[in-house]
Design a protein around this ligand. Structure first.
Ligand code: UVW
Length: 329
């Protein structure tokens, strides 16, 4: 087991503070250059589209933690309303929603349905913004922790990365096939940097500056069988921070709940890779992505690179965002 001293020494090696200027809030997304984006578009050869988002709804994976709930989808106007309110609305409630709707529906053929969703931004397929995790009272690039207020994050919010898209060359590292696992990686065996290199080599792929690396652990496939959000899993060992740093990876996403392995690996800390990536490196993490269909296609044609298009929602000051990323081959 590593110590906090080991953690701080790795933090020193991977820290990108000041690398792109004192005001920078993009972090490793700076590795995604215009040339990189143009080259990534050139990876589209067949017009095959793979949505990588999970369902947003009551069947989601939340429940393991009390502070996060599954998305709540609520209809605010529906077909029953059209019939009933047209007839009864004005009689029931004047100057009310019912009265307003009845005025839309009465004496004309126009009908519509509306809905809304209530959810923690971290409940399903998501990006963690750089303000999501920090330690020692500082966010990425030294911004003060108190700049994240009840009104949102004034620094390192998800809105700060809007200009980057986010789009780049995506590379899938299929650790399930690499380890020869059935459905998913057995819990208790963190993925090491050597395995990432060996997996890439076996897939015939080179990790390049500005890539967004997708790590398949098979956990999402396991979730769909077990329907248990607390299902144990394996993820990246905390020391993979150095691998991500040395390869100039722009962002990393996984098909599990936290990207990193739940066994911290550092005595006295929780989620050390989160702290190193988000706070020290300025590297965003994607969680609860679904790689099943993409992985099957990559195994079939042997091509593990593609254009990845993964824009977050522009929620001002949010510390994360839901999204439906797509890979295009
Ligand atoms: C935390 O780090 C608390 O959550 P997540 O795994 O969603 O990033």
């Amino acid at each position: 087991m590593a110590t906090l001293t080991d953690f701080h020494s790795l933090a020193e090696r991977v820290r990108n503070w000041g690398r792109w200027g004192a005001d920078d809030e993009l972090g490793t997304l700076n590795f995604i250059t215009p040339a990189k984006i143009a080259a990534a578009a050139g990876l589209v050869r067949h017009g095959k589209v793979f949505p990588l988002g999970i369902d947003f709804g009551s069947s989601g994976p939340q429940g393991a933690f009390q502070f996060r709930q599954n998305p709540l989808h609520v209809m605010t106007v529906d077909g029953g309303d059209a019939k009933t309110l047209a007839e009864y609305g004005p009689k029931w409630l004047r100057n009310s929603v019912a009265g307003e709707l009845s005025s839309f529906f009465a004496d004309n053929p126009f009908r519509f349905n509306d809905d809304m969703i209530i959810m923690p931004l971290q409940a399903a397929t998501q990006w963690d913004a750089l303000s999501h995790v920090y330690y020692a009272d500082q966010l990425y690039n030294g911004f003060p922790a108190e700049s994240v207020t009840s009104q949102g994050a004034f620094h390192c919010g998800i809105d700060k990365v809007d200009g980057k898209g986010i789009t780049s060359r995506g590379v899938l590292l299929d650790l399930v096939r690499y380890r020869g696992a059935d459905t998913y990686l057995a819990p208790g065996a963190p993925i090491t940097a050597d395995e990432l290199d060996e997996c890439a080599a076996r897939q015939g792929i080179t990790i390049e500056s500005g890539d967004i690396v997708l790590v398949r652990t098979g956990w999402w496939d396991r979730y769909l069988e077990a329907r248990d959000g607390a299902e144990p899993y394996s993820g990246l060992d905390w020391t993979c921070a150095l691998w991500l740093h040395e390869h100039e990876v722009a962002a990393v996403a996984a098909d599990n709940l936290m990207v990193e392995d739940p066994a911290s690996g550092v005595d006295g800390t929780f989620l050390p890779l989160h702290m190193l990536c988000l706070r020290d490196m300025g590297l965003m993490l994607g969680e609860y992505w679904d790689f099943s269909a993409l992985a099957a296609d990559c195994a079939a044609d042997g091509v593990y690179e593609f254009q990845l298009v993964a824009p977050p929602l522009r929620v001002i000051g949010a510390v994360g965002s839901p999204l439906n990323p797509i890979a295009i081959k």
